[in-house]
Design a binder for this molecule. Sequence first.
Ligand code: AMP
Ligand code: MG
Length: 324
Amino acid sequence: MIALGIESTAHTFGVSILNEKKILSNVKKSYVTDKGGIIPAKLAEHHVEVCDEVIKKSLKEAKINLDDIDLISFSQGPGLGHALRIGAIIARTLCLKTNKPIIGVNHCIAHLEIARLLTKAKDPVLLYASGANTQVIAYEGKKYRVFGETLDMGVGNFLDSFARYLELGFPGGPKIEQLAKNGKYIELPYVVKGMDVSFGGILTNIKQKYNKGTKKEDLCYSVQETVFSMLLEVSERAMAHCDKQELVLGGGVACNSRLKEMAESMCKERGAECFIPENQYLVDNAAMIAWLGLVEYKAGIRMKINETEIRPYERTDDIIVEWR
Ligand code: AMP
Ligand code: MG
């Protein structure tokens, strides 16, 4: 079975084609800025501008004609309405044009399922650290349950906001990682509340420190040490609570070498395994959407076109997992 997946929850518009055995193509174009963040209306324009090119390139790389596609899947939520709408419209158009089935999937669960496909992880805890989302997720009783999450912004948005304050542009995470290489540790607020984390107070604190003359390299280094420790504390406690021996990383922030290193060291200390897919499958990508669509379809899940409304606020634990 050949599935075509469309990712369009935020900055990335992607199209991937795969079958049960192989990812045939995974093409994307992302919205970037030199200064300032995402403006939703501009983001939608970006996705409209690039969609044709991305679809064609994905088909070409996969050496597949549109008529050979057996299933169309797309990110139904959660995400920015402006962006989700473009992906959904394109998916519906392709579905009507090809007369093939359509499935809308949950973006967060797709991150976990692609990690299960590409690594040896069977029943992991996922630390999903991305722009808008920060959740610690694990499978228990027919659902992917959220064991801990951010109480305000996602860790990526937090890093991007600070980078924007330093006038580094979007995305800010990689730029913070570079600056951190020349920084030293200074103490910052450490905010873990029960199993949840929060970043708003830390953001205010580091902006104040920066205004008072603290070096940006030191702030970047200390921010990484502090917030990654918070994320891994919650992940480790979820692993202990659920008695799971595997951790997987997902989300764009997981591209960060220091986070990878800390995750590996935490797992080693507790005799668990840490699995990290390659970067192109950590960031938002359409392969995970195509894959989850295929998995759901094979489990018997079907969706009518009038059920393909976008779901900007869909929660990971809204979904009954029929495929496990
Ligand atoms: P996603 O929404 O999962 O595609 O991830 C995008 C987020 O990942 C943005 O907030 C980026 O700033 C962040 N990001 C990307 N690369 C890195 C990195 N090397 N270190 C930290 N954050 C990163
Ligand atoms: Mg994501």
